[in-house]
Design a protein around this ligand. Structure first.
Ligand code: PHE
Ligand code: ZN
Length: 881
């Protein structure tokens, strides 16, 4: 847990990095586990690297005994202050022993050793990234100290029948008084943040796996008895991930066992501890009755993500936490590629870009904006952000695109081989990729150090007499917190040109002898660059930034008809969708302030109505095309936000679309999809469910009474969670009163199913408008609500504050004041969770004046408090600036 902020908050700077003064060759840990009281004995073999005392981190733990080379140290022989234990030693090599006591059941911050679930039935587990190990014992708790771990667990056999730690099993046995022990040895040196243990009553499912290089690995997924039958999809995903990493990157698993454990009490999504991944149950459990299609995909992706970390993160780790994206951006990229291979390349790209725009662009446009590799932090927990993860992945994607498939593989091979067992840096990564390809990628380093989303503007001039088309590209990155001067970045722009009939033109650049492919990548590596295409017979329509080839905001003055051409003809699913999004953005501008009028709204509805009737358009893509940018993304298009008006305009634009398609067509499509309803999980069935949902939502805007009946029936007939939840959401939006019995039914049906109840809270938290806050306040009084569980907090407070703009940003500021109160209460329990919810205030400065004033008052008030955690204080201080 973090200090309260009256302790001086120190800023850690990348520029101050110094290698560790002492290495830890090996670590022997012994745990005497108990729920209230656990004793940890450690023996560290330390080897001097510099002329300095030994310094170990330790927080919230009680030191019982300290020995140096077996000799007990007295009070005067060490200094313990501000979370650092200092021992001055003459020798260059020594053994430091410590015995400490920790209190798992009192640990509500879920960092270090804690209890998941109830005292009498729950289990013990650890979370160490980023700086949790110091809550377990004294240690140089930094990622560049890599050691071999031998871990022995001892506990009561009845209460803790299962004992797990990372590494290979190395014996078990009985002890006196009904206790037992188990030992684990991890042959791979690792940093302390990858240490983990689990102890308690857990069930398992298992699978025998043989790696491509012939190692027999026992795969075990562990969960509490009531949910163990929901782990099969995770096992299936794990096996596919292992095979994919062997095939795609030639990387094999490297221990004899691999454990995965599910917990309901977890601050994040999941954790890649060596040999013992620990998952938030939300990303591990899946069954048709309680999981949606989206959740199945999330399970697949997160299982893959944590598994891929075994190489990108564990075998090659980070030198310091500034390099976090070295493992996270890279692993997200690997995970995204895997998911694309398992499902659909273009749908995956649409999903990822939509997420980037919804989560990362706003982050990067507000006071919390920071580079993918920050240069300073005061609380590292606050840097597990969309920027480090999603933008970080986009940077790897640019590099991969630059090198091409084989070049990137060669580069990754060199990176893994050269840095195996190292704590590496972003520079090391770029160097390996470059060296393997005989090229210099250091220009891309600028992307890692510069915050803010670059604006890429393109300007076109067509010269009919010369049949030439000139495209001028310019870039500009707006100033961000602490970074006023911005530099030009290398921006790869993949592009094609289409003629008015939608045919892609062969491209010949000025000075080239013959025309080549219909797609080219132009790299803009300065402030401006012009390129000239020859032999262009008529003014073309450019398809720019194909596949979203760089994480920028593209500004090109498209006429609506031009986007219509791309929307109808671009063979690339992603760019087709993108043209639709651009057109929808223009259409939205036509629907502001109560009018629905203009060329763009006409072009958008016309094009979509046509695609709606076109049987060659696949269901999944159609569903995406029918979804314009969300309220949060549209907010970004306006200088001053009024969430109510944004919502109203977006609804008006959807209503225009629904009437253009027409009630008969919508009804007919819905009935066809309804007839095909099943619980099957194949891509076709998933696509049908998704489209059905979009169609019903559109229908509800123009044929309310009928849509209400359909939603009610869909809720009753739903064979699985996707249809059930969609029906509930639609029903509640159309007619909240009519939805009441359905919500009551759902609540009762899923009593005891935590993940399903989370969705019940989340759907209600997202219902728009004035009445939202009152609803939230009564949901808080539900027996199932608690501030102690991070998933529950996210599902009610997080959904409300982040995914319900019109509800949260009430003009009277009541929701801001309410959230501030809750933040203080959550912070006392779990600072990481409080800090994350508080990021909902990131955009207050760009609200319209009335809301801005009330948000500011609340943020300033909170920021001035002295009794909050370092995590929350850090967010508030930056947001309030
Ligand atoms: N490293 C984890 C992941 O991305 C995330 C995490 C960070 C989990 C910190 C717990 C604590 O895979
Ligand atoms: Zn990760």
């Amino acid at each position: 847990m973090s200090d309260r902020s009256d302790a001086p908050t120190s800023v850690i700077r990348l520029a101050d990095y110094r290698p560790p003064a002492w290495a830890v060759e090996d670590v022997v840990l012994e745990f005497d586990l108990g729920i209230d009281h656990t004793e940890v004995t450690s023996r560290l073999t330390l080897v001097r690297q510099a002329d300095e005392p030994i310094r170990l981190n330790g927080e919230g733990i009680e030191l019982l005994e300290l020995t140096l080379d077996g000799r007990p140290l007295g009070d005067g022989e060490y200094i313990l202050a501000n979370g650092v234990l200092e021992v001055a030693v003459d020798a260059d090599r020594c053994t430091l022993g410590a015995r400490v006591a920790v209190r798992p059941a009192e640990n509500t911050a879920f960092e270090g050793l804690y209890l998941s679930g109830s005292r009498d039935r729950g289990f013990l587990l650890t979370q160490c990234e980023a700086e949790g190990f110091r809550h377990i014992t004294y240690f140089p708790d930094r990622p560049d100290v890599l050691s071999k771990y031998t871990v022995t667990l001892r506990a009561d056999r009845q209460r803790f029948p299962v004992l797990l730690a990372g590494g290979n099993p190395d014996g078990t046995g009985d002890l006196a008084d009904g206790r037992h022990w188990a030992r684990f040895v991890d042959p791979h040196p690792k940093p302390s943040y990858l240490f983990a243990l689990v102890a308690g009553r857990l069930e398992r499912i298992s699978h025998d796996y043989t790696t491509a290089d012939g190692r027999a690995v026992a795969l075990h997924i562990w969960a509490e008895a009531d949910v163990i039958d929901r782990c099969d999809y995770a096992m299936d995903s794990l096996i596919r991930s292992m095979q994919w990493d062997e095939r795609t990157y030639g990387r094999n698993y490297d221990l004899d066992v691999f454990h995965v454990v599910a917990t309901h009490d977890f601050n994040m999504g999941a954790m890649e501890n060596k040999g013992l991944n620990i998952f938030n149950a939300k990303y591990l459990l899946a069954d048709p009755d309680s999981s949606t299609d989206d959740e199945y995909r999330h399970v697949e992706a997160v299982v893959a993500h944590e598994y891929f970390h075994n190489w990108s993160g564990n075998r090659v780790t980070c030198r310091d936490w500034f390099q976090l994206s070295l493992k996270e951006g890279l692993t997200v990229f690997r995970e995204q590629s895997f998911s694309a291979d398992m499902n659909s390349v273009s749908l995956k790209r649409i999903e990822d870009v939509a997420l980037l725009r919804r989560a990362q662009f706003p982050e990067d446009a507000g006071p919390l904006s920071h580079p993918v590799r920050p240069s300073q932090y005061s609380e590292i927990n606050n840097f597990y952000t969309a920027t480090v993860y999603e933008k970080g992945s986009e940077l790897v994607r640019m590099l991969a695109g630059h090198l091409g498939r084989d070049g990137f593989r060669k580069g990754m091979d060199l990176y893994f081989d050269r840095h195996d067992g190292d704590a590496a840096t972003i520079e090391d990564f770029l160097k390996s990729l470059g060296d393997a390809n005989g090229t210099d990628l250091s220009a891309y380093l600028a992307w890692y150090g510069q915050a803010g989303t670059p604006r890429l503007t393109a300007e076109a001039r067509y010269d009919a007499t010369q049949s030439r088309y000139r495209l001028t590209l310019r870039q500009r990155t707006p100033a961000s917190a602490g970074q006023t001067v911005k530099h030009a970045l290398p921006i790869p722009v993949r592009l094609s040109l289409f003629d008015a009939s939608g045919k892609a033109l062969p491209l010949r650049l000025e000075g080239e002898a013959t025309a080549g492919a219909t797609e080219r990548t132009i790299v803009l590596d300065g402030a401006e660059r012009s390129i000239v295409f020859e032999d262009i017979a008529s003014a073309p329509v450019p398809s720019l930034l194909r596949g979203f080839s760089a994480p920028v905001i593209l500004e090109f003055d498209y006429a609506p008809e031009e986007l219509g051409v791309l929307l109808r003809h671009d063979p690339d699913g992603f760019n087709r969708w993108e043209a639709g999004q651009q057109l929808a953005g223009l259409a939205y501008d036509d629907c502001r302030d109560g009018k629905v009028d203009g060329a763009a709204i006409g072009a958008w509805t016309r094009a979509l109505a046509q695609l709606f009737g076109d049987p060659s358009v696949e269901d999944a893509l159609l569903a995406e095309l029918l979804t314009p940018p969300g309220e949060i993304e549209l907010v970004e298009r306006q200088p001053e936000r009024d969430p109510d008006r944004i919502r109203a305009s977006r609804q008006a634009m959807l209503r225009a679309l629904a009437s253009r398609i027409g009630v008969p067509a919508l009804r007919a499509r819905y009935e066809a999809l309804r007839a095909a309803t099943s619980a099957a999980l194949d891509a076709t069935s998933q696509a049908q469910r998704q489209l059905k949902r979009r169609v019903l939502d559109l229908l509800s805007l123009v044929d309310e009474a009928h849509a209400r009946e359909l939603a009610r029936a869909q809720y009753d007939e739903a064979p699985g969670m996707t249809d059930r939840l969609a029906a509930l959401a639609t029903l509640a939006t159309v007619d909240p009163d009519a939805a009441t019995p359905a919500f009551a039914h759902f609540r009762h049906r899923y009593e005891g199913n935590a993940l399903a109840l989370d969705k019940w809270f989340a759907v209600q938290a997202q219902l728009p408008g004035e009445t939202a806050l009152g609803r939230i306040q009564s949901l808080e009084r539900d027996d199932a609500f608690t501030l102690k569980n991070p998933n529950r907090v996210q599902s009610l407070l997080g959904s409300f504050a982040r995914a319900n703009p019109s509800g949260f940003h009430r003009a009277d500021g009541a929701a801001y004041r309410w959230l501030a109160d809750r933040l203080v209460a959550i912070d006392a329990l779990n600072p990481q969770v409080a800090a994350r919810v508080a990021t909902a205030f990131n955009g207050w400065k760009r609200l319209e004046p009335v809301r801005r004033e009330s948000a500011h008052a609340v943020v300033a008030e909170l920021a001035s408090r002295k009794d909050l955690s370092r995590d929350l204080t850090d967010i508030l201080a930056r947001v309030a600036l």
